[in-house]
Design a binder for this molecule. Structure first.
Ligand code: PLP
Length: 393
């Protein structure tokens, strides 16, 4: 059988065996509706509340401030649509995930949201938002600032504690999309100073289709789903008990990992792979010099098409990506890389490699050998690269 190595953990992560084991009873013997008052309901209610404690411990908040959702997209939508009203102004950045960008784009089209306006602050060449730009964008009608914690394509960590301070001083709500940060770097909502923070289970080795939104006590959030009074009337719908139990277990494992220093071990593995990849000629790191989560690297290989490289690597058993999973198949260059000032060609010549907890040292060696081989082969047949190389001689 062909050896397959998965280094696309920013798209999704495999459920860890311990997480699967924790979830298993909730598909069978513990099947109750967590709202039922009988034994079966009490059993699953207790499991949901234990998971809530574990997520709260990961984020440094109270359990009552955790709202379980169906994932990152719902969390981002709930934060944005739950707070914004007619005529409000929202500040976000040009490099957000589409869950935030497209929500902002659609704000003014929603009933009761007429006249909403959005300012998109830029990033510099490293992919960093300047907090001074956020401050300058504030208007009397600004209701919400939503800036991501870590970018999904580059892994760049934004100066969100500074932005949180600016938001607090101006008495404006601050939401951060921490989907790509949770489980990778320690998070403390009080140090960040945010009122809302989104996480998604499948990016930290819990299953797809479950997530959580931290909502600071006292935040006036209008629910998006109307129904029962689940999640303290902030999100109606029968809880996804197995998913929530999985998210709780993954949060526990992530917290334990930080105590062991797993994040620095992963950063060392990523840095080594990155150093070796950058020895290939005509390559460069996108986001050089910016703080990053420990698992992600985004590199350009001039003269090739990132999509062609991803396909060539997949045929040999290595899974990496050109950027956000949802934009794969689209031919446009990444909105994140172009916002950082990369040319369209260089943005399209870039790939993202993202490690997960399941990866072992040999995976990086395998990746290095395959990527160097595939880049050479693609460059041999690339008129663009050969043109550039000849012109440089
Ligand atoms: N926000 C970021 C930064 C992401 O990377 C993703 C997923 O790629 C999402 C939001 C959406 O999360 P979900 O897939 O759980 O809806």
């Amino acid at each position: 059988m062909m050896r397959r190595v998965y280094l696309d953990n920013n798209a999704t992560t495999p459920v860890l065996p311990e997480v699967l084991e924790a979830m298993r009873p909730y598909f069978g013997e513990h099947f109750g509706n967590a709202s039922s008052i009988h034994h079966h309901g009490q059993e699953t209610r207790a499991a949901v509340e234990r998971a809530r404690e574990s997520v709260a411990a990961l984020l440094g908040c109270r359990a009552s401030e955790v709202v379980f959702t169906s994932g990152g997209t719902e969390g981002d939508n709930l934060a944005i649509f739950g707070l914004t009203r007619e005529g409000d102004h929202v500040i976000t950045s040009t490099i957000e995930h589409h869950a935030v960008l497209n929500s902002c784009k659609h704000l003014a089209k929603y009933p009761g949201m007429a006249g909403c306006e959005v300012t998109y602050v830029p990033v510099d060449g490293r992919g960093l938002v300047d907090p001074a730009d956020v401050k300058r964008a504030i208007r009397p009608k600004t209701k919400l600032i939503t800036i991501m914690l870590a970018n999904n394509e580059t892994g760049v960590v934004q100066p969100i504690a500074e932005i949180g301070k600016i938001a607090a001083e101006a008495d404006i709500y601050f939401h951060t999309d921490a989907v790509q940060a949770a489980g990778k770097i320690p998070i403390d909502v009080n140090k960040i100073g945010c009122d809302l923070l989104t996480i998604s289970g499948h990016k930290l080795h819990a299953p797809q289709g479950v997530g959580a939104l931290y909502v600071r006590k006292g935040t006036q959030l209008e629910p998006m789903l109307h129904g029962g009074s689940h999640e303290r009337s902030r999100r109606a719908g029968t809880e996804n008990v197995p998913g929530i139990v999985g998210l709780g277990k993954a949060a526990e494992l992530a917290s334990a990992g930080f105590e062991r220093g797993d994040d620095s071990t992963m950063a060392a593995a990523r840095d080594q792979l990155e150093r070796e990849l950058l020895e290939i000629e005509a390559t460069g790191l996108n986001s050089e010099g910016a703080p990053r989560v420990p698992n992600t690297t985004n590199i350009y290989f001039d003269g090739i098409e990132g999509e062609a490289l991803v396909i060539a690597l997949d045929l040999k058993g290595l899974a990496v990506s050109t950027g956000a999973a949802c934009s794969s198949g689209a031919i446009e260059a990444s909105h994140v890389l172009t916002a950082m000032g990369l040319s369209r060609d260089r943005a399209k010549a870039s790939i993202r490699v993202s490690l997960g907890k399941q990866n072992i040292a040999e995976d990086a060696e395998f990746a290095l050998a395959l990527i160097s081989g595939a880049v050479s082969r693609l460059r041999e047949i690339s008129p663009v690269y050969n043109g550039v190389a000849k012109a440089q001689k």
